[in-house]
Design a protein around this ligand. Sequence first.
Ligand code: HEC
Ligand code: HEC
Ligand code: HEC
Ligand code: HEC
Length: 132
Amino acid sequence: MKKILACCTALALMGMVSFGVATASDKGPADMTLESTIDKAKKPKPAIFPHAAHQGRLECGECHHAKDDAGKQVAYVEGQKIEKCESCHNKGETMPKELATYKGAAHAQCKGCHAKTSKDLAKCGVCHPKQG
Ligand code: HEC
Ligand code: HEC
Ligand code: HEC
Ligand code: HEC
């Protein structure tokens, strides 16, 4: 009996440790502060993003996608490698102008959905809290 218990404890501990390691089912951080690093604005405007809260009501593919060799957008498939938005959405990539920055891609996606939900949710301060 003791042996079984010890074994269970060890397994439980291993499970806990693996939460910190990236795996195919990695859900990413629960809360993030998003900030441009490539096409930075002169005055940075970081955005807060409760990732886990959005995951609770949206499919991963609502926001994440990939691209093929021809540079075309490819729909999300479970377990795919998830890259930073900015690694594709930057001025150095061939993209429609309005999507060729982190700001452009994020506003199209984040602000776009928020605006559809309610006017208040699309206000700047919802994502860009005043910096003190
Ligand atoms: C639903 C969320 C959301 C709303 C609402 C929103 N933004 Fe953003 N915005 C972002 C995200 C995400 C980024 C990309 C990450 C970053 O740099 O902050 C961004 C980027 C920016 C940037 C570029 C910042 C940089 O450092 O390069 C500016 C400027 C900006 N937003 C201004 C505004 C203004 C002005 C409004 C209101 C009219 C607004 N945003 C509303 C999410 C939002
Ligand atoms: C509402 C939009 C949205 C939804 C829904 C969403 N994510 Fe994300 N996720 C993001 C954004 C934005 C980032 C930050 C990307 C960046 O830093 O450029 C991110 C980052 C991540 C990262 C970290 C990537 C890295 O290397 O920094 C992982 C992993 C991830 N998401 C997995 C998931 C999974 C799995 C789901 C579904 C269960 C999901 N996400 C649902 C928007 C979303
Ligand atoms: C691996 C490259 C890649 C990554 C990473 C990526 N995108 Fe895209 N995205 C594309 C391509 C390619 C298109 C199609 C552009 C066009 O119309 O030619 C696109 C289109 C879009 C569009 C317009 C079409 C649509 O689906 O609404 C939005 C908005 C967008 N991306 C936002 C994001 C955001 C936000 C992130 C990060 C969570 C992200 N993208 C990550 C490559 C990428
Ligand atoms: C497909 C729709 C959708 C997308 C895409 C989306 N959001 Fe949201 N977001 C929502 C909804 C709906 C709420 C309000 C939920 C609630 O009130 O419980 C919300 C809430 C939030 C909140 C908390 C607002 C508050 O005051 O409680 C923040 C911050 C936020 N979103 C930022 C972002 C950012 C940044 C992105 C893009 C990386 C994003 N959202 C993408 C639908 C979306």
